[in-house]
Write a protein that binds this ligand. Sequence first.
Ligand code: UDX
Ligand code: UDX
Length: 454
Amino acid sequence: MKIKNICCIGAGYVGGPTMAVIAQKCPDVKVTVVDLNEARIAAWNDEDVAKLPVYEPGLDEVVAEARGRNLFFSTEVDKAIDEADMIFISVNTPTKMYGAGKGMAADLKYIELCARQIARVAKNDKIVVEKSTLPVRTAEALKSILDNTGNGVNFHILSNPEFLAEGTAVQDLHNPDRVLIGGENEVAIQSLVDIYATWVPRERVLTTNVWSSELSKLTANAFLAQRVSSINAISELCEKTGADVNEVARAIGMDSRIGPKFLKSSVGFGGSCFQKDILNLVYIAKSYGLNEVADYWEQVVIMNNHQKSRFAKNIVKTLYNTVSGKKITMLGWAFKKDTNDTRESAAIDVAKDLIAEEAKISIYDPKVETSQIKMDLGSSFEYITVESDSYEACQGAHAIAVLTEWDEFKEYDWQKIYDSMLKPAFVFDGRNILDKQKMKEIGFVYTAVGSSNE
Ligand code: UDX
Ligand code: UDX
């Protein structure tokens, strides 16, 4: 079965870039991305590709190539569903904030709404693809809603989790380590395999049953997050013992069984996925009575919260146990470099902790909009200022905290920054990106995660 018309519900960080690349690579397939959020769709349609709602290196070129040819962004959800042979669901699945599973389980409200809408509109057979990360066995629920509320047409459900990382989304989509497709129906599976096989080597397209696919996505994120928490746990020990976490990471990473990637100690992981997916895994394990399994994975999140909180505490302690009224500059607000996404960013928790200590926070990030920082901080926003110039942000500060590993921070004229600060001038490097020796020579009191202060 050859797919000619794709619809994707959800024009977010996952739906937008993924569909743009499918459209780029399959010019004979019409791809329509729909979303309830009109402002977001308008931004995807903006003539100026610099204004796309998602910042990803290289995405502007992909969109410029395909948009208007076979890639469309629209708010007409019913129409796009009606026309499509294959419908991707890529709406957000936040952690549930009410009722049973509050703070842990995935909220599937938007998924269910999508399923009901598809059932209502569909007049011919459709393949429905779960792109959103979902708890295991959600496909079953989707199928039940579709079959019981539909117009008597056939629905085949596939699970096709997305493994792209933000900041490298286009690269990851062009050259994925693997593409995973879970399903029951061979014809449906093959039709999605054929789409990816246009540009992904066939041996990298894995097919499994639906539940393995759903669980693999949660497991992949849990393992990745676990590595960060593991190295962060060691970072605290390094600070006490005089070992250097970068040296430890290099030494263990050269063991080919461990490997060098994802061993960078930091102020804590963020992003929309890691915490949410682990909590989801914990909830699923608990729901089957697997308490040891649940506790094991929950510890990854507990360690991460500890890492964020001790970073803020260390700033207060080092600044003579008070930051009240002191200007502290935060460089970076995004949860990692090369993205404007701030979901679960460690910077948010660190800022809130410092605001609670009455610090005067000044924030600079090269890509995050002030309106986003305002949303992230809520009522705490009145205690901070956002600067568009990093040197101005640092002027007159008692301390600088590096929260995101943006490349430009390494290139700054740190002597100039030092000269403009109060003395002693403190730098807390939450990403281990600055040159310790050079910073000390300039005169900074420089503290990096995972190494002692000497
Ligand atoms: C993705 C995945 O889909 C999610 O499962 C994963 O765990 C996190 O990343 P993402 O693309 O990052 O989500 O989310 P977001 O940027 O919030 O985009 C979701 C979009 O869906 C939003 O633009 C929202 O307006 C839209 N939406 C949501 C709908 O169009 N309809 C709905 O009913 C709900
Ligand atoms: C992650 C997964 O990598 C991706 O496969 C999945 O589809 C979505 O979730 P993402 O959240 O975009 O992607 O970014 P990632 O590069 O995994 O980083 C997550 C967080 O961990 C960031 O805050 C990052 O700074 C932090 N991190 C990562 C570290 O602190 N140290 C590391 O060594 C690696």
